[in-house]
Design a protein around this ligand. Structure first.
Ligand code: C2E
Ligand code: CA
Ligand code: CA
Ligand code: CA
Length: 275
């Protein structure tokens, strides 16, 4: 009587179980990742379209867990859910501040752009910590850019807006990441003082078709709302040329550079600024 049914259930549960085990495994491994020195930042240039000059660098997190390089798309959601993104996020901002302090004097205009999750902004200590880190490493707040996604502003809006606005008053710049992929894009740029809008790479990818209309719309509105436009995921010379022709001022993507290890990034910045 019990023969077949439980086996079926066991089969269905196995995938779920594997997934759960993976999550639990990642969650546990994340807790000790910093102490084990498994985390590092890589840096991807954001360049001026006209000149190719590096104006800022986006910091991207890398996790080398034993032999496995675990992609952020896999562990960031787990870190957000478990809350470990909060201490991890402070570590990321501290690393960014240290790196900014290490850039040569001739590169003092270059900013670092750090990805920030909603969970981090909800932490009561967020503003204090950011200010402390900027002060401790003597970093001009204008050199720290925070990349947030539109989805950030769906929840607890007033509190988040207030925190972001406070940091902006201190000089920190705010970028809207993956612009156009969330459903509240337009209300976000209307309701906040956004410094940079990063056009999602899906539109850049589709630049020869309907993507161009989105790029043009974002550019047209930039005058009214006072943000600067960054196109991300630029992979080909053709895309870069099209974006330049249409007047997108800032570009980022594999065509210009892969994310770079810190030493390689510093070498490139030194070469570009101290030549
Ligand atoms: P994102 O913020 O949209 O970051 C851009 C992603 O696109 C990066 O992937 C980058 O390596 C990749 N990319 C850059 N140029 C190109 C290109 O030309 N073509 C293509 N196809 N891809 C390109 P990565 O590093 O795997 O990060 C994935 C996502 O994980 C990020 O998307 C971001 O949402 C999240 N993430 C990464 N680092 C952090 C972090 O430090 N904190 C938080 N909260 N999230 C992070
Ligand atoms: Ca980003
Ligand atoms: Ca993005
Ligand atoms: Ca993204």
């Amino acid at each position: 009587l019990k023969g077949k049914q439980p086996q079926r259930v066991a089969f269905y549960n196995r995938e779920l179980e594997t997934e759960l085990l993976n999550q639990v495994y990642l969650q546990e491994a994340l807790k000790s990742a910093l102490a084990k020195n498994e985390m590092r930042l890589v840096y991807q240039p954001i360049v001026e379209a006209q000149s190719g000059r590096i104006v800022s660098l986006e910091t991207l997190l890398r996790w080398q867990c034993g032999d496995d390089a675990i992609p952020p798309s896999l562990f960031i959601p787990v870190a957000e859910k478990s809350g470990s993104i909060v201490p991890l996020g402070y570590w990321i901002i501290e690393e960014a501040c240290k790196t900014l302090a290490e850039l040569p004097p001739a590169a003092k205009e270059i900013a670092l752009s750090v990805n920030v999750s909603i969970v981090q902004l909800q932490d009561a200590a967020f503003i204090d910590k950011v200010e402390q880190l900027l002060t401790h490493y003597a970093i001009a707040p204008e050199r720290l850019h925070l990349e947030v996604t539109e989805s950030l502003f769906h929840e607890s809006q007033t509190e988040i807006y207030a925190k972001v606005s406070y940091l902006q008053d201190k000089g920190v710049r705010i970028s809207i990441d993956d612009f156009g992929t969330g459903y509240s894009s337009l209300s976000v740029i209307q309701n906040m003082r956004i410094d940079f809008v990063k056009i999602d790479r899906s539109f850049v990818n589709n630049i020869d078709d309907k993507g161009l209309a989105v790029v043009q719309a974002v550019l047209t509105m930039s005058g009214t709302f006072g943000y600067e436009v960054i196109a991300e995921g630029v992979e080909t010379a053709r895309q870069a040329q099209t974006l330049l022709n249409f007047g997108v001022p800032l570009l980022q993507g594999y065509y210009f550079s892969q994310p770079l290890e810190k030493a390689a990034m510093l070498a490139r910045v030194v070469e570009a600024t101290c030549a």
